[in-house]
Write a protein of this length. Structure first.
Lengths: 203, 88, 962
């Protein structure tokens, strides 16, 4: 049931980030101790939802692993230089890669085991890194970000205000937040505001 | 209130949406049947117990799965939360 | 002015740091570390408030969160925060406060004539006096409503301002194994023990300093524990943080005050931070509050709680008076007396209601000096603006009788101790019923359970040392003629409580509501127990049988700004379409539709909204227009059973829909009422793209997921929200095909290649697009979808291609006009009360298959002919109609009953009239009738209308099929 024509790879020349005009580089907020977090928008990226049919979860995980070269298993999330994936619901993964061909590669790889939905245009990925990232995120999500509760590479689904969001821990103090494209600008301002207390840099 | 989602772990109430009485939802009459009494009971009749109550909650700000939550309507204590639907 | 500051002492203050502040514009000086109450006491100020009803002068009674009298309005940059306790305001250079409830000034309050009325303002005064006669112009509550604004000005607390609060607020979530409420010694020890066992601990203390009510000698012990806790990575110490609510699942709410005590806030710091703390266990170390004794004249400035007096000296180096007296029913006040003597106060007398005292108290009494009057009580006070003398008489507390004459003692400060009440508020909020302890004459928390424990004074563990007993004599009131106040803040006297009993109020809950005892901003922290004791006495019942009210959040007032943090103003969670900036750059007025921002109309210079949308609608009907439809809900539906699934959720058939065709679909709820409508496109055999209305996108998604997971787990269907993946632009008007033909490559768009409801894939300006020919406006129209990141690119390409055809963008208002003219429904008509038949959508109800709602939609009540049904409405007078107006049969004088209401209105350029849609009783049979649109409250219009078919323009749909 592979129907790759539903995917529309991001064409850089024609694409616009939702943060255009609102993404000012520099350091901001209380810089008494320097910028204790760094905020970045990762754009453009290929983003897919992979939804395994009941009984095909392992095959689907293996297919994602093949397509992305990630050390993924049915239950273990993974992050690499150029790709990342996490299970946000039973048998269901968010897969992110730099390669714009991801939707097609995944669709071919999973075959009849799962549904691949291209969300490359529908989601925005923001990264927060730095010693105070957990404190900043605690202001935005009712989630326990403590290291042993939120291990490296793990990804989850949650909400900001009433709006769906996902978070993956991609480094010791680094988290990727995946929000709806339409909500990216409002969330970006909330993220900046929450970071002001600890000082932040936008790269 | 905190509900322990079997997939996501314990999460805040703000992530969940109440969907109705679990036993009632499980008793949906045959869609082809037009037995008005049965459909009427399904759509409108609720037991509203003081005490243990089985409810369906969607983890809408999480895995989006539906949970059968057994909760005391008196103490608000949650006894169990199990996932409904095709098992993964 | 006498300085009451002692040359030594004061653990909180910095004697080298003098700060200036103003009260009602008058300059005062204090020391850094002072509270406003301490600084004013040091300046010799005794009157710190005026009472609620009688405007009696009041002084500070307490030293902390329980203060009922000394309330001020803090003014910062024109923003007023009323009713802040002087005991909690930390002074800083430039602090400005106003006194409250006084006119013209705190010292000379003319409203104090209220107290001449004395008796008349007793409990229930308002109810009794202002319930007017049964008939006539002032019947019922009208008289009250007339008098209310006068009374409200005479009685009350601080006045809030109207200036916008520009302060920043913040919310934060925290998780821990143990939350310790209270940073006194008991709390700190509990925290230390848990942290040493490796637990994640949060400690909250509402005061700026750690240590709570601990003796000054414990300072180094406290510092040591705090240092040790601070060094632990898993411990969070929060001072100036009040835990005020306990909710299900051990979720507690706290407010941290971050900048209130600072002249200038650090960059990025919020004023208050709302903490939502989820904890495994709660350790309550909330301490105990000393309570006053009720006696005549007990509200005169200078009457103060004994422990408060002691701690003003110890913490701030301020003596509460020069010539002190003490009234007590227990040993703890002796400690205060001795300590105050030690720092230089003159103790005139200690009056104890008990006939005898133990050796420990006796020793302290000797140290304090002054007359020790056992078996005595204070029966009156005098002094115009502050205490000058007290009257003391011999008193038998068992028989409650007096003997002999009364003696006058000169004193400027009477320290009172009526025993101690453990702070059980949070435990009570959590559902625990406090238990009366006969020995302590206080309510104690019940036995802890697995979620919480209680420590120190909060558990009734009152250790005063020195062989002192924590047990007081059961004396709550010294009953003698004169006004004796129970609740200072609401001016409730002991007689008011008895009056309430006499008038039949038996339950403590009723007593509270009738007298308003304990209902002021202090929530009766100093008055609840005394009020209860007086009630119990009147009922001739023991206190535990009268019971206590259940405490509810918040423990102290919590700022709404912090609770609503980051959900308003510039941080409102707006959702924007990919073309948002283009719209605002081209003069669009934006309109908030739920979270979404959508263009309402495009403002060409000087146009009104109406002129703009009428112009836009005309352009669509006569030429071509472009509208952003990206906000429509979009759901990817995939799987071998997708068509079957759609057949079950939609009222009409989808199984036979060919690939690359779309169909308009209607969904019902299980109860047979209409839920949502939209088009669904078949993109492949097993793949559909469903669209929903903007408003119902989330609801429909959850409905589909529920159906799949709960009702039909056997269906192999996956649903995924793709609302944000696609940017959508609808191009509409007779010239729309020509515009597309000029810019779309890779596919033809003529009637054969792209018939009505057909779908093609092509490219516009190098970007892949999906185009579906469907129409909401009733014109020849197409929806062009592309990846959202390409949205502006494609939109601009369409605008460029449309230029030769004079294309113009149009907004929600024009879209509304076009759909009203066509009689197309939206959420205004699918309002949860209408059926498919009501909306003339019964042609969509398949009889060949069951679907959600099919079993219930034919119920008697849903097929009744008199139901409100959809009709069109045309204004006959040329007046503008109003959405929500009632449709009535009669003129303004005799309108008659409502027949229904207008759901939408617009000016129709096509019909050159104001038109609307309405849901009215038996609508079908009223077509052609002349009725009225009545809007008596808002616009006060009563407009003659004609009822017409809801298909007002092009009823046969020739335009969109052409």
């Amino acid at each position: 049931m592979a129907e790759p024509f539903i995917s529309t790879p991001v064409i850089t020349d024609a694409a616009e980030s939702p943060l255009v005009g609102h993404y000012e580089q520099g350091t901001f907020g209380n810089l008494d101790r320097g910028a204790q977090v760094t905020l970045t928008e990762r754009f453009p990226l290929a983003i897919c939802d992979v939804f395994a049919w009941t009984g095909s979860e392992t095959k689907s995980a293996n297919a994602i692993k093949r397509a992305t070269k990630l050390a993924l298993t049915k239950t273990r999330d993974a992050v690499s230089e150029d790709a990342q994936a996490f299970r946000h619901a039973p048998g269901r993964w968010t897969v992110i890669a730099i390669d714009p061909a991801l939707p097609e590669t995944l669709t071919t790889a999973v075959g009849d085991n799962a549904t691949v939905v291209d969300l490359s245009h529908g989601r925005t990925v923001l990264r927060i890194d730095g010693g105070q990232s957990r404190r900043v995120l605690s202001k935005l999500f009712p989630i326990d970000f403590k290291s042993d509760c939120f291990p490296l590479e793990k990804g989850i689904a949650t909400k900001h205000h009433e709006i769906f969001a996902q978070i993956q821990r991609v480094g010791d103090d680094a988290f990727d937040i995946i929000v709806f494209r339409s909500y990216a600008r409002a969330f970006w301002h909330a993220l900046r505001r929450s970071s002001e207390e600890v000082g932040y840099a936008v790269e | 209130m905190i509900i322990a989602c079997p997939f996501c772990g314990p999460r805040d109430l703000s992530e969940f949406t109440y969907c109705g009485d679990a036993d009632n939802l499980a008793a949906r009459p045959d869609p082809a049947a037009t037995d008005q009494a049965a459909w009427n009971a399904y759509v409108y009749d609720r037991t509203n117990p003081a005490g243990e109550h089985a409810e369906i909650w969607q983890h809408s700000g999480g895995c989006r799965k539906f949970l059968r939550v057994v909760r005391s309507t008196v103490t608000h204590e949650i006894e169990s939360a199990e996932m409904v639907g095709p098992k993964a | 002015m006498t300085s009451h500051r002692r040359p030594e002492g004061g653990s909180a203050i910095d004697r080298d740091d003098t700060v200036g502040f103003t009260v009602d514009g008058r300059q005062y000086f204090g020391l850094a570390g002072d509270t406003l109450a301490a600084a004013l006491l040091a300046n010799g100020v005794r009157v710190m408030g005026r009472s609620f009803k009688y405007h009696r002068p009041r002084g500070v009674v307490a030293i902390g969160v329980d203060e009922p009298n000394a309330l001020f309005t803090v003014t910062t940059d024109g923003v007023r925060e009323p009713n802040v306790r002087a005991t909690e305001i930390e002074v800083f250079d430039g602090l400005a406060v106003e006194s409250q409830n006084r006119w013209p000034s705190l010292d000379n309050d003319l409203m104090a004539v209220n107290q001449l009325g004395g008796k008349a303002l007793a409990a229930g005064f308002y109810y009794k006096t202002f319930m007017g006669p049964v008939i006539g112009p002032l019947k019922g509550t009208r008289f009250w409503m007339m008098c209310e604004h006068v009374i409200r000005r005479a009685a009350g607390l601080g006045r809030p301002g109207t200036a916008r609060d520009e302060s920043r607020y913040e919310r934060i979530n925290a998780f821990c194994d143990l939350l310790v409420v209270g940073g006194g010694l008991a709390g700190l020890h509990t925290a230390l023990e848990a942290s040493e066992a490796g637990k994640r601990v949060i400690v909250c203390e509402l005061e700026p300093r750690w240590g709570g009510g601990a003796d000054g000698k414990k300072e180094s012990e406290i510092r040591q524990i705090v240092d040790s806790l601070e060094s632990k990575p898993d411990v969070t110490l929060l001072n100036r943080t009040t835990v005020w609510g306990w909710y299900d699942g051990n979720t507690l709410a706290a407010t941290e005050r971050i900048t209130d005590h600072l002249r200038t806030a650090p960059e990025g710091a919020p004023r208050h931070r709302h903490w939502v703390i989820r904890t495994g266990h709660v350790a309550l170390a909330t301490g105990a509050l000393e309570r006053p004794i009720v006696f005549p004249g007990n509200d005169r400035p200078g009457v103060m709680l004994a422990d408060a007096g002691h701690r003003y000296a110890e913490t701030f180096g301020v003596l509460p008076g020069q010539h002190l007296t003490v009234l007590t029913n227990n040993d703890s006040a002796y400690q205060a007396a001795a300590a105050l003597r030690h720092v230089g106060a003159n103790i005139r007398a200690i009056i104890d209601v008990r006939p005898e005292i133990g050796a420990g108290a006796q020793r302290l009494a000797d140290r304090a000096g002054g007359a020790l009057k056992l078996g005595h009580a204070v029966v009156g006070t005098s002094g115009a603006k502050g205490l000058k003398t007290i009257s003391v008489a011999r008193y038998n507390h068992q028989t409650k009788s007096f003997s002999g004459g009364s003696e006058q003692i000169e004193t400027d400060c009477l320290l009172v101790s009526g025993g101690w009440s453990p702070v059980v508020h949070l435990a009570s909020q959590a559902g625990a019923q406090p238990i009366w302890d006969e020995a302590l004459q206080a309510f104690l928390p019940p036995d802890p359970d697995k979620h919480w424990s209680v420590h120190g004074a909060a558990a009734g563990d009152l250790d005063f040392g020195h062989d002192l007993s924590p047990a007081p004599a059961p004396v709550f009131e010294i009953r003698h003629p004169g006004k004796a106040f129970v609740d200072f803040q609401h001016d409730v006297t002991a007689d008011d409580v008895r009056l309430a009993h006499q008038e039949g109020f038996r339950s403590v809950e009723h007593l509270k509501r009738y007298t308003t005892l304990g209902m002021a901003t202090d929530q009766g922290k100093t008055s609840n127990i005394a009020g209860l004791a007086i009630m119990a006495d009147a009922l001739k019942m023991p206190i535990p049988e009268v019971g206590t009210t259940r405490f509810r959040p918040p423990y102290t007032a919590a700022s709404l700004g912090a609770i609503a943090a980051e959900r308003y103003g510039d941080l409102f969670p707006h959702r924007l379409t990919p073309m948002h900036d283009w719209h605002t750059d081209h003069g669009a007025r934006m309109y908030a539709a739920g979270h979404w921002e959508r263009p309402e109309s495009y403002n060409r210079t000087g146009e009104t909204v109406e002129q703009a949308y009428v112009c836009e609608a005309k352009i669509v009907r006569q030429g071509v227009g472009l509208v952003d439809v990206s906000t429509l809900g979009k759901i990817d539906i995939a799987g071998p059973d997708a068509a079957e699934f759609l057949n079950r959720v939609y009222t009409n058939g989808f199984a036979k829909l060919p690939v690359n065709k779309a169909r308009y679909g209607l969904m019902l709820r299980e109860d047979g009422f209409a839920m949502d409508d939209g088009t669904t496109w078949r993109l492949a055999k097993n793949r559909f793209l469903m669209t929903t209305t903007t408003a119902n996108a989330g609801k429909v998604m959850s409905h589909l997921e529920l159906c799949l997971d709960v009702h039909w787990p056997d269906l192999r269907v996956h649903v995924t929200s793709v609302t944000d993946q696609w940017a959508g632009a609808a191009i509409a008007g007779p010239k729309s095909r020509e515009v597309l033909a000029s810019c779309v490559t890779g596919t033809a768009v003529d009637n054969d290649a792209l018939p009505f409801m057909g779908i093609v894939h092509g490219t516009i300006s190098g970007v892949p697009v999906m185009i579906c020919r469907l129409s909401f406006s009733g014109e020849l129209a197409y929806e062009v979808y592309c990846g959202a990141h390409h949205g502006t690119h494609v939109w601009e390409a369409l605008m460029t291609a449309g230029k030769p055809f004079a294309i113009a963008p149009y907004g929600l208002e024009a879209l509304g006009t076009l759909r009203i003219e066509k009689g197309h429904v939206t959420a205004a008509e699918i309002d949860g009360r209408t059926t498919a038949r009501d909306l003339h959508l019964d042609w969509m109800l398949s009889s060949k298959k069951p679907f959600v709602g099919s079993a219930m939609m034919d119920r008697e009540g849903l097929t009744d002919k008199s139901r409100w049904t959809l009709v069109g409405v045309v204004s006959r007078s040329g007046e503008k109609l109003h959405g929500g107006a009632h449709v009535v049969a009669g003129d303004r004088d005799e309108p008659g009953a409502s027949l229904g209401h207008l759901t939408a209105m617009a000016f129709s350029p096509e019909m050159n009239a104001y038109v609307g849609l309405a849901l009215i009783e038996d609508g079908e049979s009223r077509i052609g009738q002349h009725l009225y649109a009545a809007d008596p409250v808002r616009s006060q219009t009563h407009i003659p209308i004609e009822i017409v078919s809801h298909h007002m323009v092009d009823p046969k749909g020739e335009r969109m099929h052409g």
